[in-house]
Write a protein that binds this ligand. Structure first.
Ligand code: PMV
Length: 280
């Protein structure tokens, strides 16, 4: 039996824009997906609480083959990240599976293998999620073949607040792709989101950048009433900046804290949880 583990992630800035070639700032969070893989007569994945969709199993079989795992497998998955919460559960699952199939593989290899699963779940993923889950820390990411990934030095405390709405990434990425074809207002908003990610990479003024990013994402139509309430609750608890994180339409919001004490205080006031991102 082999085991693989990978953290979830948050998008600090640049979600959606990153799909169209703009940069994004993403960070791993200390909430993990763990996978145990053992040889078995027929391929099987046990996900916590849900039946495994056939296309997910198919993608995992493809990953196993690419990773050089010879036999059929049975995989048992444990997750500290709620599925569909916008916190990178699918990318973390992909990276953890890659590490179980190919122990000792590099972050680049693990992220590459995880893309097989991302394509099934996301449609046209930028690759930022598996890159963040495979590398850890904070990264400045631009899509490409290969993607450009720069580690960002520094750390921050966040409060993560779930909206309570589970959803798939496709549910906002695909409609935005459609809207972009006929609405000339979309591209400048995406470009500005990418610019905010560029400005945010020094981590010294994240709060106002996050606030502006949330307003832009709302204008792009990827927020929802539950996320608006989550962002308002984080701001009311003193967040230096707050926004939806990831694809939107549900999932989670993040609020930037002054420090650990503030992050924990925000968490207890809002019902969220405090996380440190990056390395202090
Ligand atoms: O799956 P999520 O919620 O982490 O969203 C990923 C970020 C997007 O930019 C919306 C999609 C992508 O592929 O980059």
């Amino acid at each position: 039996m082999t085991q693989g583990r990978a953290p979830g992630k948050v998008l600090l800035l640049g979600e959606h824009a990153v799909v169209y070639g703009h940069p994004a700032l993403a960070a791993a969070i200390p909430r993990f997906v763990t996978v145990e893989v053992a040889p078995s007569a027929a391929a099987r994945i046990e996900l916590p609480g849900i039946a495994t969709p056939p296309d997910v199993l198919q993608a995992a079989v493809e990953m196993a083959r690419e990773a050089g795992w010879a036999a059929a497998f049975s995989a048992r998955v444990q997750s500290e990240i709620p599925l569909g919460s916008g916190l990178g559960s699918s990318a973390a699952l992909g990276v953890a599976l890659a590490r179980a199939f190919k122990p000792g593989c590099s972050p680049g290899e693990a992220a590459g293998l995880a893309m097989l699963l991302e394509r099934v779940l996301h449609g046209a993923p930028s690759g930022v999620d598996p890159a963040a889950c495979a590398r850890g820390g904070i990264i400045f990411f631009t899509r490409g073949e290969p993607p450009q990934i720069e580690p960002v030095r520094g750390s921050a405390w966040l409060c993560v607040l779930l909206s309570g709405i589970a959803r798939g990434t496709r549910s906002t990425v695909m409609p935005l792709q459609e809207r972009r074809k006929s609405d000339a207002a979309v591209d400048p908003l995406l470009a500005r989101l990418g610019e905010l990610a560029r400005q945010g990479r020094r981590l010294d003024n994240l709060g106002p950048l996050m606030d502006e990013a949330h307003a832009l994402l709302r204008e792009l139509g990827v927020s929802c009433p539950e996320l608006e309430r989550a962002v308002a609750a984080l701001k009311a608890a003193g967040a230096l900046g707050a926004k939806l994180t990831g694809a939107g339409g549900g999932g989670a919001a993040i609020g930037l804290a002054r420090d650990e004490v503030h992050a924990r205080e925000m968490a207890s006031r809002t019902g969220g949880f405090a996380v440190q991102i990056g390395a202090p």
